[in-house]
Design a protein around this ligand. Structure first.
Ligand SMILES: [Zn+2]
Length: 159
């Protein structure tokens, strides 16, 4: 089942640049499990002085998907923002697992982007898999290999 992407009115403080050609998807957790798309937007403006929420998409615990920056260059993975789609899940997956609904939604939108932009499963990565990143993001309990296997399984069913 394909889930819709909710678009809420987020005001960005600068003009955003379109992502030219997304080549990978980077998965994140918010670390603070209480963050919502709106509070993250506010936090990224106030604390980091960014134009607005750094993530391209955001998935709350309910599985509801929200557009953050959408297909405009984000601020979520240093040196990789221009050609990647950053998706954040609300939660701290060093301590908890994502909800089933979150995983379902994440699979759905990853598959959509993978098909639309011709992104291979191996290019769906966790933030910590980027060279030089010391964070555990998207959390120690988030098994990226298992997640990619799930994507491959689902892709096989679609084809
Ligand atoms: Zn991250």
């Amino acid at each position: 089942m394909k889930r819709e992407i909710n678009v809420i009115d987020l005001k960005f403080n600068e003009e955003l640049m379109k992502i030219d050609k997304p080549r990978k998807i980077v998965i994140h957790h918010t670390h603070n499990p209480n963050l919502t798309v709106e509070s993250t937007h506010k936090l990224h403006i106030e604390r980091f002085k960014w134009a607005g929420i750094g993530y391209n998409y955001f998935i709350e615990k309910s599985g509801d998907i929200f557009q953050g920056r959408g297909m405009y260059v984000g601020a979520h993975a240093k040196n990789h923002n221009r050609d990647s789609i950053g998706i954040a899940l609300a939660g701290n997956f060093d301590e908890d697992l994502p909800t089933e609904e979150q995983i379902e939604s994440l699979v759905d939108i990853c598959l959509e982007f993978m098909i639309n932009y011709d992104i291979e499963p191996i290019r769906v990565i966790g933030h910590r898999e980027i060279e030089g990143v010391e964070k555990t993001c998207p959390g120690l309990l988030f098994d990226m290999d298992k997640f990619r296997e799930l994507l491959i399984e689902r892709l096989d069913k679609i084809k």
